[in-house]
Ligand binder design. Structure first.
Ligand code: HEM
Length: 257
C-alpha cells in the first residue's frame, strides 16, 4: 500500500498537474509569491496586504460585500432565466409560477430581489466609507471615477430589472423613467433644442430605450437584454478594472496615524 504522501508526490509529478500548477508551494516567501503570480485565481489577491489597511473598522468590508452581493445576483439571476420568458404574454405568469409552482421558486426570486436592494444599499455605504476616509484623493482619483460608473451601473441594473415581472410597479416605473428621458436636453423630444434638431417622439432617446413610442413588448425585451447581458458584462469588466486599480494604487489606503 502506498502512503498518502507518496500518492500526493506522484500526482504532483504528473504532467497535467504541472501544466496547471507551475510552481511548488514550498514554504519560502519567494516560492509563495511565485505560486501566486503564476496562477490567475490566486493572482487576484495581492501577495502582501498591509494589516492596518484591512482593519474592519477602516474598510467596513463594504466593497467586498458589494462584490459578494453581485455574485449572488449573477447566480440567482442565471437560475431565474431558466423559468422566465421576456414576453408580455408570459412574463407575469412566469413570475407567479415561480412563486406558487416552482420548488423553492419563491426563495429564488426573493434572494434575487432582496439581493438587489442589498447591493444598492451596501454600494452606497462603500462609497460613503471611501469618502469619509479620504480614499478618493491622489493617487486614487481614477478609481473613484470607475466607482462612480459602477454606482450608476448598480442603479441601472436595479432599474432595468424592475420591468421584467411586467407588473404594475415595474410598468409605471419604466413609464415615468423613460418619460424623464424624453425631457433630456438634445436627446429627448420634450427637451431643450429638440425643435432645432428635428427630434420627435419617434426618433428620440425615449424611443430608443423603449423600442417604440410606448411601453410594450419591445421595451420588455430591451430592458431584459440590458438587465441580463449588457449591463452585467460591462459592470463585471469595470469591477476587475476597479480591483486591479486598488492594487496598482498601492493597495487599500491606510488609516492615518
Ligand atoms: C459594484 C460596485 C463596487 C464594488 C464591487 C467595489 C469593490 C471594491 C473593493 C472590494 C474595494 C477594496 C476595499 C474595500 O473593500 O473597501 C474597493 C475600493 C475602492 N472603491 Fe469600490 N466598489 C464599488 C463601487 C465603488 C463606488 C461607487 C466608489 C466611489 C464612487 C468606489 C470607490 C473606491 C475607491 C476609491 C477604492 C479604494 C479605497 C481605498 O484605497 O481605501 N467603489 N472597491
Amino acid at each position: 500500500m502506498k502512503s498518502q504522501n507518496e500518492i500526493v508526490d506522484k500526482v504532483k509529478k504528473n504532467l497535467i498537474w504541472k501544466s496547471i500548477f507551475r510552481r511548488d508551494y514550498r514554504n519560502t516567501v519567494r516560492d509563495r509569491a511565485q505560486a501566486v503570480f503564476g496562477n490567475v485565481f490566486l493572482h487576484l489577491h495581492p501577495v502582501q496586504v498591509r494589516e492596518s489597511a484591512v482593519k474592519l473598522r477602516f474598510t467596513w468590508g463594504m466593497g467586498g460585500i458589494t462584490f459578494f452581493a453581485f455574485i449572488i445576483l449573477v447566480i440567482t439571476g442565471v437560475v431565474l432565466m431558466f423559468y422566465y420568458h421576456p414576453s408580455i404574454d408570459q412574463a407575469y405568469t412566469d413570475i407567479k409560477d415561480l412563486e406558487f409552482q416552482v420548488p423553492f421558486g419563491v426563495i429564488l426570486r426573493n434572494l434575487h430581489r432582496w439581493g438587489a436592494h442589498f447591493m444598492v444599499i451596501v454600494v452606497m455605504i462603500h462609497m460613503f466609507r471611501v469618502f469619509m476616509t479620504g480614499s478618493y484623493k491622489a493617487p486614487r482619483q481614477f478609481n473613484w471615477g470607475i466607482g462612480v460608473i459602477l454606482l450608476v451601473m448598480t442603479f441601472l441594473l436595479s432599474f432595468t430589472g424592475y420591468l421584467t415581472p411586467w407588473d404594475q410597479l415595474g410598468f409605471w416605473a419604466i413609464t415615468v423613467g423613460t418619460n424623464m428621458g424624453a425631457a433630456t436636453p438634445l436627446l429627448g423630444y420634450q427637451g431643450p433644442f429638440s425643435e432645432y434638431l428635428h427630434i420627435t417622439p419617434y426618433n428620440d432617446v425615449r424611443f430608443a430605450l423603449l423600442g417604440g413610442a410606448q411601453v410594450g413588448g419591445n421595451a420588455l425585451l430591451r430592458s431584459y437584454i440590458w438587465h441580463c447581458v449588457a449591463i452585467p458584462l460591462f459592470a463585471t469588466i469595470l469591477m476587475f478594472v476597479h480591483f486591479w486599480r486598488v492594487r496598482k494604487d498601492g493597495g487599500i489606503s491606510k488609516p492615518q496615524k
